[in-house]
Structures are given as structure tokens and as C-alpha cells.
Design a protein around this ligand. Structure first.
Ligand SMILES: [Zn+2]
Length: 145
């Protein structure tokens, strides 16, 4: 992660990823483009989402945002972190003291990025499209201003 991410969008990405994990158990996004105006996340998947699933994802993410959960960081030695987390997406300079970002008790994920301090700051979350091709589900989303 070498560019400056928008903290609201990027925090929404954490919540979206955890929501996808809980609903489908296919892992977090393997690729993402996070920008202030709109973002996209790609997931390994085997089919299109149904309209009902898309609505469910959106409402779950908004539910977490509206709970105004605290976003906190703590640090774990790399060996400890490896027991609970994949560190594959961290850059090498993450070092031996791994930063874990928690969103209430909903999500925990190693990350070096910038986040909001509580979820309400994110505002409203909206999926603008989903499409499926070659084993990849792509979700595009926006935040309300
Ligand atoms: Zn992050």
C-alpha cells in the first residue's frame, strides 16, 4: 500500500471484507482500488451475487457503520500475528511488530493504512455495481457525503 488512501473509504473496505468473509467464507478481497470518490474490491468467487445478497452486504456494512464502533490499533510480534492472520498483503517494511487494526469486535486485520477513529465517520455505504467474470467478483462502492 504505497499511495495515500482515503481513511473513510479504506475503513469501509475493512468492514466490507469482514462482511464478505462472514457471508461467504471465501476470504478478504485479493485486490482493491480505493479512491475517495469510488472504490472497488475483487474477491475470488464462483458466481454472480444475487440482488438480495447485494442488499444484504450493503445493509450489514451500514449496520456496522451505524453502531459507531471504535477503530483501534494494537501491535503483535510477527510470530504471534502469524497465528491468527495472513500477513501476505503487508509490505516488507511492516517489520517484526505487526499493527492489527480492530473495528469493535467485528473485524481485526493487519494493516499499515490510515483509518477513521470510529465507524460513524465513514457515513453511508452503497454498492454501485457487482459483476462476475473468470472467478472474480468485483464490487464497486461509494460513500455518501
Ligand atoms: Zn487498513
Amino acid at each position: 500500500m504505497n499511495k495515500e488512501y482515503d481513511p473513510r473509504m479504506h475503513s469501509a473496505e475493512h468492514i466490507l471484507n469482514q462482511t464478505m468473509v462472514r457471508m461467504f467464507n471465501k476470504g478478504r478481497s485479493f485486490s482493491a482500488h480505493i479512491e475517495k470518490k469510488k472504490s472497488k474490491c475483487d474477491y475470488h468467487f464462483e458466481r454472480e451475487l444475487t440482488a438480495a445478497e447485494q442488499v444484504e452486504i450493503e445493509s450489514k456494512v451500514n449496520q456496522i457503520i451505524n453502531q459507531n464502533l471504535a477503530v483501534t490499533e494494537n501491535f503483535l510480534p510477527r510470530e504471534e500475528a502469524l497465528k491468527d492472520f495472513s500477513l501476505d498483503k503487508l509490505p516488507d517494511q511492516a517489520g517484526d511488530n505487526i499493527r492489527i487494526i480492530k473495528i469493535g469486535d467485528y473485524d481485526a486485520c493487519p494493516c499499515i493504512g490510515k483509518h477513521v477513529s470510529s465507524t460513524k465517520e465513514i457515513g453511508g455505504f452503497r454498492i454501485i455495481s457487482s459483476n462476475f467474470e473468470n472467478g472474480v467478483l468485483r464490487l464497486r462502492f461509494k460513500l455518501n457525503d
